[in-house]
Design a protein around this ligand. Structure first.
Ligand code: IPM
Ligand code: MG
Length: 360
């Protein structure tokens, strides 16, 4: 069997880390008897450099015609990169948002798991780190503040700006259904995070989530206010299983959930629509400060490839082979600089990829 995978290497550390993910995918393909045909797709800053815009219609069409898309990262250092003197809708990030919308990728899965080998890298108090955690953030990805009406204007002589947080019940329902479905395969708990003590959109979110929960009596639903959730994540992350939340809250909480694992360079993500298609990318950004130095942690990209095998290609065993190899590499004390600690062996980006391949 041959699969068609789009590869958006992107900017910053994107090309280096997707290179390692491809290496690992090819190795796992050789072992499990499937092949991958890659199509490179430009998006973000590298697309601006070539086409003047971060996402072309051709890129969208190319992505749509694949079985799935593997992505690195997009964007640069806003202080120095010429991409950021362009108007907002022409900057690298607009490309990613445009692609999410064009492919209707409304469900963003961001797992945050503390590997036992990395307990020492966890910045939390040792009792919290000892209990460990395995959280799945289910972030709504195509609605809310990111896609609502926005404008900057003058009012009473003052510069004024508006962003709109809008959700309809269908948008809430479809992401809630995904959260409950996936909770069923985990620890059967959904924590729906909102700001229902202030926002109308959150009160609707809560009502619709409760309606969806009626169809999932085996899954426990709790509601939590987003400020409390931010606090609980650092106090007692073990309490969470699936965290369901809207786009902006999910953006913020998923970085927090990533950081408590020791490094944002470890965390993969999947962005899914109603079909098997998905876009798979590290939760972290393009890290322009370390780009091109061969020191970036490729594990998030490699684990994103594993998520792609699981969710888009139905290759569960191959996905597990990658996840086990990552677990083994960590147990064997191999570390990139972001997760380095005393007594461990420090390696660069491509050596980390090689070490994972060796354990497939
Ligand atoms: C993310 C990123 C993006 C987002 C940016 C790059 C637009 O922070 O994927 O979390 O805010 O969604
Ligand atoms: Mg983010």
């Amino acid at each position: 069997m041959n699969y068609k995978i789009g590869c958006i290497a992107g900017d910053g550390i994107g090309p280096e880390i997707t290179n390692e993910a491809r290496k690992v995918l090819d190795a796992v393909g050789a072992k499990f008897g499937f092949g991958i045909e890659y199509t490179d797709i430009l998006m973000g800053g590298c697309s601006i450099d070539v086409h003047g815009i971060p996402l072309t219609d051709e890129a969208i069409e190319a992505a749509k015609s694949q079985d799935a898309v593997l992505m690195g990262s997009i964007g640069g250092d806003a202080k120095v990169s010429p991409w950021y003197s362009l108007p907002p809708e022409k900057r690298p990030e607009a490309g990613l948002l445009g692609l999410r919308k064009a492919l209707n990728l409304f469900a963003n899965l961001r797992p945050s798991k503390l590997y036992s080998a990395l307990k020492g890298a966890c910045p939390l108090r040792s009792d919290a780190a000892d209990r460990g955690f395995d959280i799945l953030i289910m972030r709504e990805l195509t609605g809310g503040l990111y896609f609502g009406e926005r404008k900057t204007f003058e009012e009473g002589g003052l510069r004024t700006a508006i962003d709109t947080l809008k959700y309809n019940e269908e948008e809430i329902k479809r992401i809630a259904v995904k959260a409950f479905e996936i909770a069923r395969k985990r620890k059967c708990k959904v924590t729906s995070v909102d700001k229902a003590n202030v926002l109308d959109s959150s009160r609707l979110w809560r009502a619709v989530t409760e309606e969806v929960a009626l169809g999932y009596k085996d899954v426990a639903l709790e509601h939590m206010l987003v400020d409390n959730c931010a606090m609980q994540l650092v106090k007692d992350p073990a309490q969470f299983d699936v965290v369901l939340t809207e786009n902006m809250f999910g953006d913020i909480l998923s970085d927090e959930a990533a950081e408590i694992t020791g490094s944002i360079g470890m965390l993969p993500s999947a962005s899914l629509n109603e079909t098997k298609f998905g876009l798979y990318e590290p939760s972290g950004g393009s890290a322009p400060d370390i780009a091109g130095r061969g020191i970036a942690n490729p594990i998030a990209a490699i684990l994103s490839a594993a998520m792609m095998l699981r969710f888009s290609l139905d290759l569960k065993d191959a996905a597990e082979a990658i996840e086990n190899a990552v677990e083994k590499v960590l147990l064997d004390g191999i570390r990139t600089i972001d997760i380095m600690s005393e007594g461990m062996t420090e390696v660069g980006t491509s050596q980390m990829g090689d070490e994972i391949v060796r354990r497939i």
